[in-house]
Write a protein that binds this ligand. Sequence first.
Ligand code: HEM
Ligand SMILES: *[C@@H]1O[C@H](CO)[C@@H](O)[C@H](O)[C@H]1NC(C)=O
Ligand SMILES: *[C@@H]1O[C@H](CO)[C@@H](O)[C@H](O)[C@H]1NC(C)=O
Length: 383
Amino acid sequence: MMTSRRGVVVLSLLCAFTGTAAWQLPVTHSSSRTGGALSVSSASYLDSLSTVTPHQTYSSVTPPQPSNVDYDKVRSDLKLLMDNPSWDDGSLAPIFIRLAWHSSGTYDAATGTGGSNGAGMRFDTEAADPENAGLEVARAFLEPIKRQHPNISYSDLWILAAYVGLEHTGGPVLPFSPGRTDHGDETYWARTGMTYGRLPAAEKYLCPYVPGDSLGNSQDAAGRIVGWEGLCTHVKNEVFYRMGFNDQEIVALLCGGHVYGRCHPNFSGYAGPWVEHPTEFSNEYATDMLEDEWTLVSHADTWLDAQGAAELRPAPGNRQFVNKKPGHVDDEPNQMMLASDMIVAWDPSLRIYLEAYAADEARLKDDFGQAFKKLTELGCGFS
Ligand code: HEM
Ligand SMILES: *[C@@H]1O[C@H](CO)[C@@H](O)[C@H](O)[C@H]1NC(C)=O
Ligand SMILES: *[C@@H]1O[C@H](CO)[C@@H](O)[C@H](O)[C@H]1NC(C)=O
């Protein structure tokens, strides 16, 4: 049973880049993403990784030769792979964008460590960072491209996949600079003083969630979660200032990043998409953040299921905001915000940029593109 499913996934992955019709992946969740269907798919991909992705096959046996890569051909192969009706909302662009962001977002400006150079997430320690849960799916989807183009480094491939994803979905078109090299083994982790906690956590430093307690008890009169200032310090100081970003860039990155894709109960424990159209670039995240009413929910809020919004109910232990109200059935598309998203509206020095991007999509596209390119080149020595 396990073996045959693994065979199907491997075959599907290998077929994907040839553009044949045999690439329908055995992923069945389409309406409900909280039940067993998703666990089947993610378990399959985990399986497929262990057989398809021996970590350093290409980088150790044949060191990649970045000067011997036809990057235009890699781009066109990535484009063939990008639309996939069997995954989530029909596109791999969101999960590729998240892979690029998490491979880059470990950068620490003070020590020059971390960042996309090295593709350390191929190795067990970085892969097991709780914030990286689910990204094994993105890495497995890219494996056929790596087989086709063995001279591209994994670290370049992960970034290029995100650039192609952005371009393919109406986002900014970014010039790609190759030249990242892959770590040969895991010694980089200890040698460069890497630790978990460099990537942001969506509820860090908030008042703890006590299951069974009314969520109203953890909110102030303005609806903010008690302790939100601490979460704000986490996102700003501990994460984005540490990398060398300012407030404007933080807001651009969040508005451009979280317009894509969705949260998965089996990956992060959060659930659902931020916007109605999660596979197209827009400033919808910014406009909806300001215009919609947001209700704090937990796993216990089963009224969501009754209102056709089961996909917005987080896993036990997690809190998030949703555009739904108990007892008020509407026909709005199901959407969510993390607590770490809401601080952009709550913090005055971030909110001014949120308002600017809600009013001007072209400016967001431009600023997001610049900030994303900067993010993906941190520590690469290109500039
Ligand atoms: C405060 C900073 C951030 C936090 C706390 C955060 C947190 C999260 C969480 C919890 C998820 C759900 C993962 C899952 O369950 O699959 C997610 C998804 C995602 N994030 Fe972020 N994120 C942050 C910043 C960013 C940035 C800067 C970008 C890119 C510029 C980004 C891009 C994405 C994308 C594209 C997804 C969807 C992935 C998919 O559809 O599979 N995030 N984020
Ligand atoms: C996925 O989530 C479901 C409930 O949402 C749970 O029953 C299942 O154990 C999870 N699977 C994995 C692999 O975490
Ligand atoms: C990779 O680069 C080497 C030379 O550095 C070259 O001999 C080889 O043909 C290249 N492989 C591919 C698939 O282009």
